[in-house]
Design a protein around this ligand. Structure first.
Ligand code: SAM
Length: 473
């Protein structure tokens, strides 16, 4: 699964689950597990029942959720669902509003029979979620899934009718106390315009297309995956509806299933004069989906590491990676000591950094350099020694008072992108710097990843920063 590397950095399914362990733990899943000639435990991804059992066991083992997934209805794949939720976490964390500490409220439009997004968001983050559903059968199943997991205080399922997609009535009679506003909406819309469209896409993927055919069985009933006009028409309507609720909902988001829909939707947002737009790519296995966000009321800084705008024509450049070789890796007893070392190096370079994501085994910073402080380090040190100062003193620990509270409001300086907008200083480079620890056969491996974001110095400066880190770790 080459694309797993491009999953959201905090997605736990970057490391595929062990089917062997799952089969040992779970009887339902065990029925679909087969052992191949090399002793590896596998399942047949083309079998919808096997997929259903896999999703159920992962929800149970990883998230403590007991979710019934009725046959004939969509089986949600978890790596993708988690990618979307992690992106929302980044967007909510980057909101520059003063309500740190208040609960997060979200709305999932078309929650499906599984009610998977609200259940995951409530269980993982304690978010308050409303799930809307138009289909009677899906609504009933979703309601039962919430009750089965005792999550009624955090998740409300609402039956909706009529043409509007985001209706103001869904905000009524929800939580007590009444939320001051909702942080986001999310949606996995029906992708297809007709059942023939579903067939056509399957055929073209399996015959002449450069994209490989899907590995997984297609699941989902027609009313879940087909809508008049397809996903583009659905999202256009959602954008139109969003104007009515602009004071109640901060960020509107949607997932998009076809790459060709992305420029059409971006163009529509532009035509409606909506300037605050962010986007992301959700990669999992062979399947890529796109996330689009827009707002009428808040600045979408686009600074979370996974919100780099989708460039539909050009392939996104892969991040720069440095996997610490064994001797260097072993210098650090703990992941924290590795993080501390990199912070010292960033301080030495006078880089301004702010923690945007944090996990036990990964931490991500948005880093900005106002000038090139990494080139000719030796000569600079010699000059400073001659003048009686050292690099550390010269750097003077610039007080990069970074905090790492993903939910709370950052108490750091303004984000560099914003400073640049004000016109005082244009950064030479703004990069996303991620530190990760991954399990390896002979212990754990520490990895430094740099993603170019923007800046007058061009992409080359991110290579230079990585080289400096390599030389000095
Ligand atoms: C592709 S499924 C997504 C289900 C679930 N959110 C998931 O990701 O697995 C789309 C769902 O949206 C529902 N739906 C379609 N139009 C809707 C509307 N206007 N309002 C609410 N739900 C709608 C469908 O019934 C279906 O359950």
């Amino acid at each position: 699964m080459a694309l797993n590397r491009k999953m959201h950095p905090r997605n736990k399914y970057k490391t595929p689950p062990s089917f062997k362990e799952l089969a040992l733990k779970n009887e339902e899943f065990r029925q679909f597990a087969k052992i191949d000639i090399s002793g590896k435990v596998l399942i047949d991804f083309k079998n919808a029942d096997a997929l259903r059992a896999l999703t159920r066991v992962l929800l149970k083992e990883d998230w403590g959720l007991d979710v019934v997934l009725p046959s004939e209805y969509l089986v949600p794949t978890l790596p993708l669902r988690l990618n979307y939720i992690l992106w929302l976490e980044d967007l909510v964390a980057a909101l520059e509003v003063d309500d740190s500490g208040s609960p997060v409220y979200g709305i999932d439009i078309g929650t499906g029979a599984s009610c998977v997004y609200p259940l995951l968001a409530a269980k993982k983050n304690g978010w308050h979620m409303i799930g809307t559903e138009k289909n009677e059968v899906c609504f009933d199943h979703a309601t039962q899934n919430v009750l089965r997991n005792n999550l009624e205080s955090l998740v409300k399922v609402k039956k909706v009718d009529g043409e509007a997609i985001i209706q103001d009535s869904i905000l009524e009679n929800t939580f007590d106390p009444k939320p001051p506003c909702f942080h986001f909406t999310m949606c996995n819309p029906p992708f297809y315009a007709s059942e023939e469209d579903v067939e056509k896409t399957n055929k073209s993927r399996s015959m002449s297309s450069p994209r490989p055919p899907p590995n997984n069985a297609r699941t989902g009933s027609a009313n879940e995956i087909v809508v008049e006009g397809g996903e583009v028409a659905f999202v256009f309507k959602m954008i139109d509806d969003s104007f009515k609720l602009k004071d109640n909902i901060r960020i509107f988001t949607t997932m998009v299933g076809h790459k060709s829909s992305v420029p059409k939707i971006l163009q529509y947002l532009k035509s409606k004069n909506i300037k605050e737009v962010a986007s992301s790519e959700f990669c999992q296995g062979k399947v890529t989906r796109w996330g689009l966000a827009w707002s009428h009321s808040v600045h979408l800084t686009c600074e979370s590491l996974s919100t780099e705008p989708v460039n539909v024509k050009q392939k996104p450049k892969p991040p720069l990676l440095y996997k610490l070789p064994k001797p260097k890796n072993d210098l650090f007893n703990t992941f924290d000591s590795f993080v501390s070392k990199v912070k010292v190096l960033m301080d030495k370079l006078n880089l301004q950094y702010k923690c945007v994501i944090k996990d036990v085994k990964s931490v991500g910073f948005q880093v900005s350099a106002l000038s090139n402080t990494w080139s000719n380090q030796r000569r600079k040190r010699r000059d400073q020694l001659r003048q009686g100062t050292t690099t550390d003193e010269a750097a003077g620990n610039q007080g990069c008072s970074e905090t790492c509270n993903i939910k709370g409001k950052e108490e750091t300086d303004e984000p560099p992108s914003k400073r640049a907008k004000k016109g005082d200083v244009v950064p030479l480079a703004v990069v996303g710097l991620i530190l990760r620890e991954e399990d390896a056969e002979d212990g754990s491996t520490k990895i430094l990843e740099i993603n170019w974001l923007q800046g007058s110095g061009g992409r080359e400066s991110s290579h230079q920063i990585l080289q400096y880190m390599k030389n000095n770790i």
